[in-house]
Design a protein around this ligand. Structure first.
Ligand code: GLN
Length: 484
């Protein structure tokens, strides 16, 4: 049976009807992994034996009619900055290369209780800092649509595995776009929930006020299923919010704002065309489309690159050779820490720690970090005001389709620009989703991004399902057929 384009709900129905078993689904998924991994390098670890055993346990549950949830027996891959008990969590960094987690992240605990089959840990930019996986200490991941192109980042491995069929879904983390941007580059769905709606307990912190875990999937319905399985208040995460979701009235039609500033300079014709196409489809269904201006989104990148490094410099101070991972000897304990950090961190991470430490240092705090926080709250207010008038906002997910390896490594600003459209939702804490809509002239996937007010995640997902249907994008990369 071909699993391509089957939703998780459909697979669950087949399990219940005993037309296929979880262990057979895992076999197929593993087959794809063994065919693609040498080309893509999407995984840092593959849990073959454990996954076979767990999928057989799931077989038995279905046989007895005792399935745990719709996710029981579904193979899901995990970004390697999320802790899974007794497995390494490296964050693609040398400094954590030998770190084994003694506990499960809350999201893992929840998925485990659903009977999910964990397939492995996926590659990322070191500590989730990057947009291409080129910053992984263990080598980059390739894009299944064209291995000369990056898969995006930082959750590049998580997007690539879903795109190629090495997992039915995956978890990523999104601080400035790291779920949505790689999902867009790999032609799959990526959803960043409202800040605080999914627990961050067990996610290795990059920038705590922005980080959020979310799903990468083949379709919106799957994203909805995984999101609803992992969300919820968690006393172990102080920033976790009560699960009081708000519904946008389910009228037949919606009012959608097109963000003017994200359809201007710096956005490729390819990316704009996808938004325009989607708008036309929405209009034809009777939805109202208006142009909205959010002038502060132009400042979002500058604000992000003060807040994120500042928080990262504080968060990464715990990697000192004393408590976790790598330890490089030195004459004194100070020298040991210095040697460990010099040896253990890659260039991008060091750059951000330096920038962040500077922005937080005495005398500069108010001018940089403090100022960025003020500007951030203005952006949040701006979004709140706009959502008084519109239900949803639409923009491209990325300014361009996936770029080639090495194309942006020499120019960090250009690399940072690839998060132009995604960062505003992180600053304002809003839910945002990337839905694949078409291919560029070079045959690389393109997407639209939809945002909605905080806590309206399920309304956003419902609306996104409509868009997905209207657009009808079902293409998959032909990597495995091509390589035969
Ligand atoms: N690319 C952005 C950065 O490098 C966002 C990363 C992320 O969302 N984790 O900071």
């Amino acid at each position: 049976m071909n699993l391509n384009n089957l939703s998780i709900s459909k697979i669950n129905t087949l399990f219940k009807k005993k037309e296929i078993k979880p262990s057979e689904v895992y076999e197929q998924v593993f087959e794809k992994t063994s065919q693609s991994e040498s080309i893509l390098h999407a995984h840092l670890k593959i849990f073959q034996e454990e996954a076979i055993n767990n999928s057989k346990l799931s077989d038995e549950r279905y046989l007895k009619g005792e399935e745990l949830s719709k996710l029981d027996g579904i193979p899901i891959a995990i970004k390697d900055n999320i802790n899974l008990k007794n497995h390494e969590t490296t964050c693609s960094s040398k400094i954590l290369s030998n770190y084994v987690s003694p506990y499960d992240a809350t999201v893992i605990d929840k998925l485990r209780k659903c009977g999910v089959i964990f397939t492995g840990k996926t590659n990322l930019d070191e500590f989730a800092m990057g947009s291409s996986t080129e910053n992984s200490a263990f080598g980059p991941t390739k894009n299944p649509w064209n291995p000369d192109c990056v898969p995006g980042g930082s959750s590049g491995g998580s997007a690539a595995v879903v795109s190629v069929g090495s997992a039915i879904a995956s978890l990523g983390s999104d601080t400035g776009g790291s779920i949505r941007q790689p999902a867009s580059f790999c032609g799959v769905v990526g959803f960043k929930p409202t800040y605080g709606s999914v627990s961050r307990y067990g996610l290795v912190a990059f920038a705590s006020s922005l980080d959020q875990i979310g799903p990468i999937t083949n379709n919106v319905a799957d994203a909805k299923l995984v999101f609803n399985a992992i969300k919820g208040h968690d006393p172990l995460d102080a920033t976790s919010i009560e699960d009081k979701s708000v519904q946008i009235p389910k009228d037949k039609t919606a009012k959608v704002g097109v963000i003017k500033e994200l359809m201007e300079d710096g956005i490729s014709e390819d990316s704009k065309r996808e938004v325009e196409k989607t708008i036309e489809l929405l209009k034809a269904e009777g939805n109202e489309i208006v142009e909205v201006s959010l002038p502060l989104t132009k400042m979002a990148l500058s604000i992000y690159y003060l807040i994120a490094p500042a928080e990262c410099s504080a968060n990464l101070s715990r990697f000192d050779g004393v408590r976790f991972g790598l330890r490089e000897p030195g004459e004194t304990s100070y020298e040991m820490m210095e040697n460990t950090r010099a040896e253990g961190f890659g260039e991008e991470v060091k750059k951000r720690i330096l920038l962040g430490t500077y922005a937080l240092s005495a005398g500069y705090f108010d001018a940089y970090y403090g100022q960025a926080l003020k500007a951030r709250s203005l952006i949040t207010k701006d979004f709140e005001n706009k959502f008084q008038d519109v239900d949803y906002l639409i923009s491209p997910t990325t300014p361009t389709p996936a770029f080639k390896f090495g194309e942006k490594t020499e120019n960090p600003l250009e690399m940072y620009m690839s998060d132009l459209c995604t960062i505003p939702a992180n600053l304002a804490g809003l839910p945002a989703i990337s839905i694949p809509t078409g291919l560029s002239s070079e045959g690389m996937p393109l997407s639209v991004q939809i945002m909605s007010p905080a806590k309206t995640d399920n309304s956003l997902l419902d609306f996104s399902e409509k868009i997905e249907k209207l657009v009808g994008f079902t293409l998959k990369p032909t990597l495995l057929e091509d390589s035969k």
